[in-house]
Design a protein around this ligand. Structure first.
Ligand SMILES: [Zn+2]
Length: 254
């Protein structure tokens, strides 16, 4: 049983006993971790507010054998999530990120890039960044980092070039765009503007530190297709998905 340290983001806490919590953490070095935090529910317990949802903290975890929960022995608060002091949109945005991370990551499978993306996006959501664009950028990037990118270049069924004019067919079963020939064979396709596919490509390719602004006129359609695509990837409708912003603002520095 080895003690391991990492920085971590709190994704969920569930009451376990009168005094303990089970916490789900996204750690930078150990991946997602589910651990018991003994005494966390006691007033003046050992974790002192470090285990609030989306708090960033430094943790020490004792790894247990395969089928028992790890043990959280230390958590030192670095930064609290304060979106709730600003707007409901920011709170829901934070909850959405926590849910997406729980759904898309696996225990003990570290992705430092996903962790860093989450920290950057949280800074936007918790600060003055624009929520709709920030979360759309987060989704596009996390899907790419975890190997779930939607196909946006060639036909995802036959691999040929897809004629890019006007509208384009996106197949949920194939996980990307399809050509006119393959379209008829697909069970679930959505017709989208070419501009939306180009925007997904742009968001996924972007390597800027900050989330890039999603144009207002593309956002609704882009969000709709990403939502459906994510439902296919995770096999359910994320609970916070209906609470995503329905518009983006024109100003990026709003
Ligand atoms: Zn095809």
């Amino acid at each position: 049983m080895a003690a391991e340290q990492s920085t971590a983001i709190v994704l969920r806490t569930v009451e376990f006993s009168e005094t303990s919590l089970i916490v789900t953490l996204l750690t930078r070095d150990l991946g997602r971790v589910s651990a018991i935090a003994k005494g966390a529910r006691r007033p003046k317990g050992p974790f002192e507010g470090a285990l609030d949802l989306l708090a960033v903290c430094r943790v020490v975890v004792l790894r247990k054998s395969s089928d028992s929960l790890d043990l959280l022995t230390e958590a030192k608060l670095h930064k609290r999530f304060r979106g709730g002091e600003r707007s409901l949109e920011r709170v829901y945005g934070g909850y959405y990120m926590a849910e997406m991370l729980r759904l898309l990551t696996d225990d003990h499978d570290p992705h430092p890039d996903v962790y860093d993306l989450t920290i950057r996006t949280l800074q936007q959501i918790d600060g003055s960044g624009e929520v709709g664009s920030s979360l759309t950028y987060f989704d596009a990037q996390i899907l790419r980092m975890l190997g779930h990118s939607p196909g946006t270049d060639l036909c995802t069924d036959c691999g040929c070039e897809v004629k890019c004019s006007g509208r384009i067919a996106f197949s949920l079963t194939s996980g990307g765009i399809v050509c006119d020939q393959c379209r008829a064979r697909q069970r679930q396709t959505i017709s989208v503007r070419v501009g939306v596919i180009e925007e997904i490509r742009r968001l996924q390719a972007s390597t800027t530190e900050l989330p890039t602004h999603v144009p207002e006129d593309l956002y609704g359609e882009l969000r709709a297709i990403l939502n459906r695509y994510i439902q296919t990837v995770v096999g359910s409708v994320p609970r916070m998905q209906p609470f995503l912003p329905s518009v983006t603002r024109t100003e990026t520095n709003a």
